[in-house]
Design a protein around this ligand. Structure first.
Ligand code: ATP
Ligand code: MG
Length: 352
């Protein structure tokens, strides 16, 4: 619970590429909040492909132990994925999601309105199931009469669908529109997507206290038409909940509606741990140049704080970021500006 914390222990895992440039910006934004939140303590931790090439391990035991036993939350930068399969390497972010049971990936996609107080043209949240679906990675290839045959298992369980559904209902309940759209393809995949849809739909009936989600409007949309609607009329959506694969695709697609990847935050969360993570990757093409956009990471810090119950702190960060974007004077090149990571960060810190 939030009330009992005297300090906030935050693991920092910049990992690869621009992660080293943007995670310090997120840390500084949290520090700038002063006494709005419990005193933050940062613990730097190793992870990533760069670490793997030096030490032969992508996620050292020590990082896992510290996260599990000492940290309240964490900020993760980005990992480079090697272009070919590298023996012994597996993605630390995938491992962390499993180890810390971070079963939900939450990505708000919000455009900045031209004037404060005005309704943004895009304001939605994608809630993506983070542990199963096609990403259980059970694939096989066998010889067959038509050449090689490749198969992948798609796993949908009631438990995972129920807990992601419950989280999505909770998020919808706390937003003004209270509209939850279930994304699926159960006209074709009637068993797997059918189970997901049915289980999410059953969340309100099993809620405690009874009637908890009465105010939430439930809608559904087939994933293909959801993508179409997302581009034609994004205002149709408030909260979208989806199985892993559809959620992955939808959240990147939604990101395209508001410009640079360098703006979109996310959190990976479960029932007992939150990890903020910008949606972008390690951006090897610009790494080391000091021009990466730090705003996605700074917003991820805000999202993490909000999930932990510190909405005042989160709001202050979000407001500062919105002002910097709206003003348009100090921006990185991905947003058409010519400023450096540090200059944009300083501009945000000043406003916090
Ligand atoms: P990875 O394998 O780590 O995902 P990637 O090559 O896919 O790396 P991304 O990080 O996904 O790279 O970025 C895609 C494009 O968006 C790149 O051209 C990158 O420079 C740009 N980009 C991503 N994040 C940012 C950011 N924070 N600031 C500026 N540009 C960014
Ligand atoms: Mg990428």
């Amino acid at each position: 619970s939030t009330a009992t914390r005297s300090s906030l222990k935050i693991g920092l895992l910049p990992a690869d590429g621009i992660g080293h440039e943007v995670i310090p910006a997120a840390r500084d934004a949290i520090l700038a909040l002063g006494s709005t939140i419990p005193k933050p303590e940062f613990i730097s931790l190793n992870a990533g492909f760069e670490y793997f090439t030096k030490k032969g391990v992508a996620l050292p035991e020590e990082s896992i132990d510290v996260l599990k036993n000492e940290c309240d939350c964490a900020l993760f930068g980005a990992v480079s994925s090697p272009s070919k399969k590298v023996v012994g390497y597996s993605s630390p972010i995938v491992a962390l999601r499993k180890i810390l049971d971070l079963y939900a990936n939450i990505r708000p996609v919000v455009s900045v309105a031209p004037t404060p107080g005005e309704k943004p043209s895009v304001d939605l949240v994608v809630v993506r199931e983070n542990t199963e679906c096609l990403y259980v990675k059970q694939e096989e290839i066998t010889p067959g009469p038509n050449g090689r045959e490749a198969r992948a298992t798609r796993l949908i369980t009631e438990r995972a669908s129920r807990r992601i559904g419950t989280m999505a209902f909770d998020i919808a309940l706390n937003r003004p529109r209270k509209l939850l759209t279930i994304i699926h393809k159960s006209n074709v995949l009637s068993i797997t997507d059918g189970l997901f849809r049915e289980t999410v739909r059953a969340v309100p009936a099993n809620a405690e206290p009874a009637g908890k989600y009465d105010e939430v409007t439930i809608a559904e949309q087939l994933v293909d038409s959801a993508v179409y609607k997302l581009f034609r009329d994004p205002q149709e959506f408030d909260v979208m909940v989806a199985p892993n694969l559809y959620g992955d695709i939808l959240s990147d697609a939604a990101a395209a509606l508001v410009g640079s990847l360098g703006l979109i935050p996310s959190i990976n969360t479960g029932d007992s741990f939150v990890m903020g993570e910008p949606v972008h990757g390690s951006a090897p093409d610009i790494a080391g140049k000091g021009i990466a956009n730090p705003l996605a990471s700074i917003r991820s810090a805000a999202l993490m704080l909000r999930q932990l119950g510190y909405s005042d702190g989160a709001n202050r960060i979000d407001k500062a970021v919105d002002e910097v974007i709206r003003e348009g004077r100090v921006l990185t090149p991905d947003l058409g500006g010519s400023s450096k990571t540090q200059e944009v960060t300083d501009e945000v810190l000043k406003r916090i």
